[in-house]
Design a protein around this ligand. Sequence first.
Ligand code: SAM
Length: 230
Amino acid sequence: MSNELGTLSIVATPIGNLADMTFRAVEVLKNVDCILCEDTRTTGKLLAHYGIKNKTQSYHSHTKLAKLDLFITMIREGKNLALVSDAGTPCISDPGVMLVAKLREEFGNDFKVIAIPGASALVSALSISGLPAHEFTWKGFVPHKKGRETFFTDVSEIETTVIFYESVHRFLKTLESLAEKIPNRNICVARELTKMFEETVNGTTFEVLEYFQNNPDKVRGEFVIVVGSK
Ligand code: SAM
């Protein structure tokens, strides 16, 4: 058994277009001892696309402590692990954060966590929004129920550009709340980034709300909302 600790590579994967995978990401996923993924079927498709034959283990928000212990043992035995999420950069509003925190706590600074950068919906949306990007506030997902009102009050008061994710189910409601609080603020909605029906809609919150109310067929897929600075 090796005395050296294994490593954990945090590997970004595409957010839609399978070609958005880096050469390094493919190499790492080929060469690690095991790939930890949110959903083994989703990741299985990506691995098949790149001809990567490697072991996978599921890791998600309901993963039991016993499984975390297994990953700790693997690292202690010198095994190199990779963490991927269903799409984009792991740990950005996905469950990987707890795993990284736990392993860092267990092994301290001797333990190497390696970033393998790539696609992320939030950075992609900001980069095409045309809204001020020298300073921004990342708010993650809009809360489902409790805290929604406070969330929108916060967004309306924050001085910088604000970015958040919203699911299709609450997307229109979210635009309505924004249009109520900040009807004249410039925003950008980035939808289905890198996919066939990719679309960005810029305008005041009121205009963007109107656009989606008039085009219900466009209320589909995945969304990032970027709210321009005050
Ligand atoms: N970790 C991922 C990242 O770095 O982009 C984000 C994961 S988060 C669980 C999933 C959310 O990201 C979706 O609900 C959506 O708001 C946003 N998202 C992911 N892919 C997207 C895409 N292709 N276009 C627009 N938004 C996307």
